[in-house]
Design a protein around this ligand. Structure first.
Ligand SMILES: O=C(O)CCC(=O)C(=O)O
Length: 264
């Protein structure tokens, strides 16, 4: 489970590393599921354009089509970890997402925070990114801007990498600052990872990652969970893949797309 020190760091910084949170059995199932998805991606596939070779495979809501992704989202240690970090006694799966940067892929992940991309609102909503490979700065390790989850700022969504579909402008969102040009103004957390290490981060924490310039793949798989306060949001700028015509603005998020995965 989560120690008090880890939880304090999560609340303070907006991101922590959970070393070895996922065991080899789950990693093997996920690795096979990822190959199946690359071979035959579902309807939310969003590959990015890459200059000079490589591939950045993105896809979301993959658990809805694959029994191993589904089992991982529901039965792995993640739902209980989410309850603990979010400080709630009921957790719903929001959705899941794949980010596979092949070796030698010149596609950085731009700085962003996640919640503005999502047609939901919640004060208890977060993600777990599991590494399936050894991850280093050279292969595209994510970095997080310390404390940015407490700024309360919704940054205008943009495509993660070249070739992604543009997002509608939301007048309530603000442009992301040029973090790379002003690194001295911010504090960052980020880690090298071993397979099975997990990054846990708040949906408002600003994060991004460099290209994969290494000779090793960088397979990341993210699952997003929320507490009972999650409601639907119909403002512009969110990802069309996450829209849900069965829900209306302000309505609690319910239905088979968002199963309850933990009740304590
Ligand atoms: O793995 C990546 O490059 C991006 C991951 C990310 O932004 C996320 O999981 O929210």
């Amino acid at each position: 489970m989560i120690s008090d020190t880890q939880r304090d760091a999560y609340l303070r910084d907006g991101a922590i590393r959970l070393p070895g949170a996922i065991d080899a059995g789950w990693l093997e199932r996920l690795a096979d599921a990822i190959e199946r998805d690359i071979e035959s991606p579902g309807p939310c596939f969003h590959g990015y354009e890459v200059d000079g070779g490589g591939r950045f495979h993105g896809n979301m809501r993959v658990w809805e089509h694959d029994p191993d992704f589904s089992a991982y989202c529901r039965e792995s240690p993640l739902p209980a970890l989410a309850a603990n970090l979010l400080g709630v006694d009921r957790v719903q799966l929001y959705y899941d997402q794949l980010f596979v940067k092949e070796a030698g892929t010149d596609a950085p992940t731009r700085w962003h925070n996640d919640l503005p991309y999502w047609p939901v609102r919640s004060k208890h909503i977060m993600s777990f990114w599991v590494a399936l490979d050894r991850v280093t700065a050279e292969s595209g390790a994510l970095e997080f801007v310390c404390g940015s989850h407490r700024w309360g700022t919704y940054f205008q969504p943009e495509p993660f990498a070249k070739g992604g579909t543009p997002y509608e402008r939301n007048p309530e969102y603000v442009p992301i600052p040029d973090i790379d040009a002003n690194r001295k103004e911010y504090q960052f957390v980020g880690w090298d990872l071993d397979p099975g290490d997990v990054l846990a981060f708040d949906a408002m924490t600003v994060h991004g990652g460099p290209a994969n310039r290494s000779a090793v793949r960088r397979r990341g798989y993210t699952v997003r969970y929320a507490g009972p306060d999650m409601t639907y949001y119909e403002g512009p700028g969110t990802s069309p893949f996450l829209h849900d015509p069965t829900l209306s603005h302000g309505q609690p998020i319910v239905g088979p797309r968002y199963p309850v995965v933990f009740e304590g």
